[in-house]
Ligand binder design. Structure first.
Ligand code: SF4
Length: 276
């Protein structure tokens, strides 16, 4: 969950996830739709799919970083973190925070080599967690807290970081809100690729625009224009409100659906115009 996502964002998802899936077995047995639904709003849905598949592949958790890397979604960093923290194996880790600390402490040196050279044989997991915390809480990107830094005597001080910020990409989509006899029409995305398998409002537009939703996720700034109308027959499935609540949807489409249902409710129609 923490891949490219901040702890504050993950915290509630993590607690809810462990409540619903307290064991690997319970995750492995869950339908994919349920797994994706719990992930709704976190983005990078391949992580949820990989966790689900990995749980199905694992009967006993492998205890070496090399074996862990055979599982879907587990790369060098995650394998090192699990092996060192859970199994006390001497495996180095480098995340974005640790790379920044090393850049400041050992400028010009390759971070994985530094991590391997520093790693102690005793309590490597605690050492790795201390490094992560040092980067996340003390050696901050813009305003490092050097006065309280436990390694300040070894450090020449903050230095400018290489700029790698990815510019936000604007994405505009037009979608249809088809509402009939208490049911809404959605279509399912293809089983592979971006947001694979999630349900969404079908693409299309009409002369009646209902509302616009703006949503930023990872490096995309999404503008979703929602129109009233139906796509050509044969596309998608009709769902009741109760069924809609159980489907996994991209967060922007979920917000658009909720807002469209709200603006379409009888009381709303008689008291105020549709949101823009
Ligand atoms: S002294 Fe400052 S720049 Fe150096 S590692 Fe500590 S917090 Fe980072």
């Amino acid at each position: 969950m923490l891949q490219q996502t901040r702890v504050e964002v993950v915290r509630d998802y993590y607690r809810c996830w462990l409540r619903v899936f307290p064991t690997l077995r319970s995750l492995a047995r869950a339908p994919l739709d349920r797994v994706l639904q719990l992930w709704e709003g976190l983005g990078y849905y391949h992580r949820a799919r990989n966790l689900h598949r990995a749980a199905q592949m694992i009967t006993r958790l492998p205890r070496t970083a090399a074996a862990l890397r055979q599982l879907p979604g587990i790369g060098r960093y995650t394998a090192g973190a699990i092996a060192s923290i859970a199994f006390d194996q001497p495996e180095p880790i480098v995340d974005g925070n640790i790379a920044r600390v090393f850049h400041r402490l050992f400028p010009g040196q390759e971070p994985w080599s530094v991590a391997a050279a520093l790693l102690p044989a005793r309590a490597p997991g605690e050492f790795n967690q201390a490094l992560m915390e040092l980067g996340a809480l003390v050696c901050l990107p813009r305003q490092p807290r050097c006065a309280v830094c436990p390694v300040r005597k070894l450090c020449a001080g903050p230095r400018p970081l290489p700029r790698r910020r990815v510019p936000l990409q604007p994405v505009t989509q037009s979608v249809l809100f088809a509402h009939r006899n208490g049911r809404v029409l959605l279509r399912q995305r293809p089983p592979t690729g971006l947001l694979a398998g999630l349900w969404e409002l079908p693409p299309g537009r009409s002369h009646r625009e209902l509302l616009t939703i703006r949503h930023t996720i990872t490096n995309h700034r999404i503008t979703l224009r929602v129109y009233a109308g139906s796509p050509p027959p044969g596309q998608g499935h009709w769902f009741t409100r109760r069924q809609l609540a159980r489907l996994a949807m991209p967060a922007a489409h979920r917000r658009a659906l909720n807002a469209a249902l709200e603006s379409d409710s009888p009381s709303r129609r008689t008291t105020s115009p549709a949101r823009r």
